[in-house]
Design a protein around this ligand. Structure first.
Ligand code: SAM
Length: 291
């Protein structure tokens, strides 16, 4: 009988055999909960037709489950020691390729083309290293790859920011940038006991589904710049944040006034009260005023 890599005893045995300790600097917390792992594979809807990208395979707990369900898995791991372990733990699976490198430095479109083919679309699945959750999400969403869904474990608090409602404490820049690209759903709540070692925060699995944005702008980076500027001091009015961003000269004030008027937004409002549609209108109005 095959014992899964994720089995708590096998995980500990693998770590002991290689004399490994989970490395904090790489955000290493290994999943040892098969119910959660099966849940992740289910939520991503992985079938034998699917090409899967995994970030941070560790000793292979999730990779193994993905390999059993998918057509092919390509996994990126920064820690060379883990790569050595994987060459043994994943030895039974011939549809997995492990690439040693930093996910943030990898040219994903190129790897996808080389490993899966020209027209391939992918599913992205990961138990993310929490210290770089946001940069990884930004990279996935902002690079031009065709993805069916992204199903990732992250800190619960960050998960709540991804699908926060307007006006709540969790609502902010991250919510809005994610919303521009995707619909976010908090799919599974996961307790610290599901990992070895247990992280000191609660976790959650989030599913992102792509949106064909109703509000496509030519330069999303500039829209995100306006969003960041609007939120630079959460407790201050939009007006104050605009002056802070663009300057306080009389001509600038006049342009901001016109833009707010054009976008039909009260200067006294706080950004946390504005939805993506309103912030997009603001961005376009500022742009038309030459700001
Ligand atoms: N997938 C495994 C599991 O679920 O048990 C391990 C998940 S652990 C939370 C995060 C993994 O990401 C670790 O294996 C870590 O070494 C790796 N990692 C950290 N930073 C990375 C980076 N910049 N690029 C690629 N992998 C990274």
């Amino acid at each position: 009988e095959i014992i899964d890599i994720a089995d708590p005893m096998r995980t500990q045995a693998i770590l002991n055999t290689y004399g490994l300790h989970a490395k904090k600097k790489f955000g290493q917390n290994f999943l040892t909960d098969l119910t959660v792992l099966h849940g992740i594979v289910d939520i991503a809807g992985i079938t034998d037709q699917d090409y899967v990208i995994e970030i941070g395979p560790g000793i292979g707990a999730l990779t193994e489950q993905l390999a059993r369900a998918a057509k092919k898995v390509v996994a990126f791991e920064i820690d060379t020691q883990m790569v050595d372990v994987l060459s043994e733990t994943l030895q039974p699976y011939d549809n997995v390729k492990v690439i040693n490198g930093d996910i943030l430095d990898i040219n994903l479109p190129e790897v996808i083309r080389a490993e899966f083919g020209e027209e391939a679309h992918v599913k992205v699945v990961a138990n993310l290293p929490y210290y770089i959750t946001t940069p990884i999400l930004m990279q996935l969403l902002r690079t031009n790859i065709a993805w069916d869904n992204i199903v990732v474990m992250m800190q619960r608090e960050v998960a709540e920011r991804l699908n926060a409602e307007v006006g709540t404490k969790a609502y902010g820049v991250l919510t809005l940038i994610i919303q521009y690209f995707a619909q976010a759903e908090l799919a599974i709540e996961v307790s610290a006991a599901s990992f070895n070692p247990a992280p000191n925060v609660d976790s959650a699995v989030v599913k992102l589904t792509p949106l064909s944005p109703e509000l496509v702008v030519a330069q999303p980076e500039r829209l995100f710049g306006v969003i960041k500027g609007s939120f630079s001091h959460r407790r201050k009015s939009l007006w104050n944040n605009m002056l802070q961003t663009y300057g306080k000269e009389a001509v600038t004030k006049e342009k901001i006034t016109k833009a707010l008027d054009q976008a039909n937004i009260a200067p006294s409002i706080r950004a946390e009260r504005l939805d993506l549609k309103q912030l997009t209108a603001l961005y376009l109005a500022l742009k038309s005023q030459g700001l």
